[in-house]
Design a protein around this ligand. Structure first.
Ligand SMILES: [Zn+2]
Length: 247
């Protein structure tokens, strides 16, 4: 029996004798597979195309002397159709400092294998961001706390997955945004009132708040890991994510 293939071949698998045998017994799933055959999902036997598109993220951490370069390459499935989907396919990490080379190779190979398995791969971000370095973490520009270098690699992967549309930011509602803006204005007015006599100092404060988008006196928010929590009228309010706790 010959089958005419009128679509682009994006992957193939050689049918072995032992694979072919149970097929008649499992007729229903085969039928199902046929009807859904137009949409290619990520699975282990999707062949790597010769060329992949990707992005490289630079990570500079006080825990590492040299920068790390994290490259995530993506595969585009069902290109040009309504089911077009860009998914990570492989990850590489490079650095001048190769002290941790074997762990980095092990981590990136396992991550790449997870990408190729298909299914939901966004859990990798949460797992990695929850890794804490026993020597302590560090703050990045913008006041975001990084508990470890693994967490920062996870943050780079998260940034990438947001860019390709696998992870969506929980959008703050208009009323939440308005509330944060209102709290922020009130806090800034209060802060300006207390530092008003020393105008040069206030100017210096303003310059500082420009570098970090949140007040210098803000503390860590446990919900979004950002130094954006301010105390107002007995309530702690996060100017980044809107988290609030009173008393
Ligand atoms: Zn927050």
């Amino acid at each position: 029996m010959s089958t005419k293939i009128d679509k682009k071949i994006t992957g193939y698998q050689v049918v072995k004798a032992e694979d072919a045998k149970p097929a008649p017994a499992a007729t229903a799933p085969v039928e199902e597979a046929k009807s859904g055959a137009e949409v290619i999902q990520m699975h282990e036997s999707v062949e790597r195309p010769d060329t992949l598109i990707g992005n490289t993220y630079k990570i500079k951490s006080p825990l590492f002397e040299h920068a790390l370069y994290v490259t995530v390459n993506d595969i585009v499935l069902n290109e040009g159709t309504a089911h077009e989907q860009r998914r990570p396919f492989e990850i590489f990490i490079n650095s001048k400092n190769m002290d941790h080379f074997q762990w980095i190779v092990a981590l990136t190979r396992i991550m790449s294998a997870v990408f190729r398995k298909g299914g939901d791969v966004t859990f990798l971000v949460e797992e990695m961001k929850a890794v804490f370095d026993p020597r302590g973490g560090y703050f990045k520009a913008g006041g975001v706390y990084m508990p470890s270098i693994v967490a920062e690699i996870g943050a780079a992967l998260e940034q990438h997955m947001k860019m390709i549309g696998l992870i969506h930011d929980p959008e703050l509602s208009e009323s939440q945004k308005a509330l944060i803006a209102e709290k922020r204005a009130a806090y800034e007015a209060q802060a300006a009132g207390t530092t008003a006599p020393a105008s040069s100092e206030a100017a210096a404060d303003n310059a500082e708040t420009e570098a970090s988008p949140f007040p210098a006196s803000a503390s860590m928010c446990n919900k979004c890991n950002t130094k954006a929590l301010v105390l107002m009228d007995g309530c702690q309010t996060c100017l980044n994510c809107g988290y609030s706790k009173c008393g």
